[in-house]
Design a binder for this molecule. Sequence first.
Ligand code: ADP
Length: 678
Amino acid sequence: MVRWAWRRWQGAWRRWSLWTLLVALVAAMLVTVVWLAGRYEASVVQSQLERDTADAVADLRTALARNLQNIQALQGLAPGGSQWQVQAGALLREHRELVGIEWRDRALNVQAQAQSPFFPTRGERGNSDGAHSDTALACANAGRLSGAAYSSSYFQPQGAGLGVEMMELCLPLSTAGRAGGYLVVTYSLQNMLTELVGHNLTRRQEVSFTEADGTRLAMVGAARRGTRMFTAQQLLDLPGNTLVLRLDGWHAAPSLFPNVLTALVTAMSIALVTVVAMLVRDNRRRLSAERELGDALAFRKAMEDSLVTGLRARDLQGRITYVNPAFCEMVGFSPAELLGQSSQAPYWPPELAEEYWHRQAVRLAGTAPPREGFDSVFMRKDGTRFPVLIIEAPLINAVGQHTGWMSAFIDISEQRRVEELSRASQERLQATARLATVGEMASLLSHELNQPLAAISSYATGTLNLLEVGPGSDSAALQAGLQDARTAMQRIAHQAERAGRVIKSVHDFVRRRDQAREAVPAQELLGDVLPLVHLQARKLGVRVQVALEPGLQPVLCDRIMVEQVLLNLTRNAMQAMDDPAIAVRVLDIRVRRAGSNAHSGWLEFSVADCGSGITDDTARQLFTPFFTTRPEGMGLGLSLCRTVVEQHGGFLGYGPHTPRGTVFTFTLPFARPAPETH
Ligand code: ADP
């Protein structure tokens, strides 16, 4: 028991840990997938930003190079001349990122200058300030490189606390191979971003120039829109200066499902989890169904094992497919010896095997057995026979198909024994009742025998007298005497025969034990009883009337028992009239068809008297054995009568008789159905 519980616990634990592991794995996978998808999304945005930054840097580089070419074009013009001014002014109008162009001599003094109309004021850092350190540095660089050089950026205040970040480009001028001054071009970093970087970039994100420490020098671009910031920066290295271009993209997507792919994967994962959950539920249901099935099976098994009724199932070929323990115990064979048997079953008595074969063939042909079952005889393994009651029913499977026959067997040996005992005691009781009747009749017998005996005695005396003939008698007198003696002897013989008949009727009644039911005409039944009835009737001064309907069929009955019933009823009737107050004593016996229907299959006997009738008190116990109102009575008569009539399927009843007395009636079945009468 403990081991079983341990194993069950182990199984449950293993199952649960497996399920937990599965759920944990699915959850981990889901989280990883969402996280990876998020990261992928971020990396896509980031690389786009990197590309944009590279594009922006390339844009700037190209534009700066083009500007440099335009500025170089100014070299050929006479500095400070009107032509130069026009060209420089046009350049400044065309390129808004340019703030101003100065022509400076080798000492960096401003010789000529043109100012962008978009930057009207350049503040105090005027053209006189030739020694501006950034410009000087840039021009020194330019001189060294003999090419364009940029200065580092500087802040140009514009009043009211505002200002712009500027950067200068210094281009050394050479006239006829001799260094002859510089062209200094001032760039506005802010306008560089606005003008030189593609608008599609600045529209979507924030573009700025920053210093190495991240300080923003100039910035254009969209305001912050998302919650997560992506940043990319790239160096714009110019001769003499290196700027950091930074792009900040704001992305509104740190949400759970950044894109369709993630949403799809998540949805599939959720579907997977749902399916797993459904599987778990289904599994749990299956487990509980299995448990219930197991319980039901165990219950059925326990029920079958505890049954005292034997059960046996056969398939449509007659093979035994199932036997329960009670059946095995009944016949003494083990299930292994019985299962699969289709030929002669080992519990069939050999002498009856043929009959059983026939019965099995009828059953297999599909003929339904009687519902109430039938009796049969089986043989145990030790060869003893025993009676069984078999109840058979078709086996119908779950889809309504007839798959065989199920039979229930009840060992009725004990029942038979009890029946036998009760039949024997019933017989003994009836014999006792008959003997009691005979005892009662003994007095009647002596009274009845008195007459023939007295007659015999007087005839014998007369004959003796005749035999005492004197020697002198003549032959004629002798002849007459002999004739008289013969007549007397004949009378004696007649009387003796009569006495013998009286004794024989009583003897027959007591001795006859033939039990078989036979077809007996009603007249014969009455004929057997009437001599005895008359005996008593004569003694009690009762007149016996018998009325028999003509053309009656014989009745199917146990002759002796029915005669006993008739005798009991007539005797009771005559005893009821044995009262000095009753002057008219008539016993009326009638036999006719029961009911008004000529086709009725029953014959009705009625025995009516003019006696005292039956009081309510007596009626209550009338059929109770040993109830009697007579001192010499046994109280068995009526209870036996009812038993006998009911055994024949009939009915015994009584009622008042007019003008007085009681009438007892009982019915018996006809041997054959009544013939049709038209
Ligand atoms: P027993 O004749 O030995 O008394 P029964 O069972 O035949 O036993 O009858 C029981 C009682 O029923 C009788 O004692 C009698 O009182 C009453 N009884 C039977 N038949 C009649 C009848 N025809 N009229 C009146 N009483 C009757």
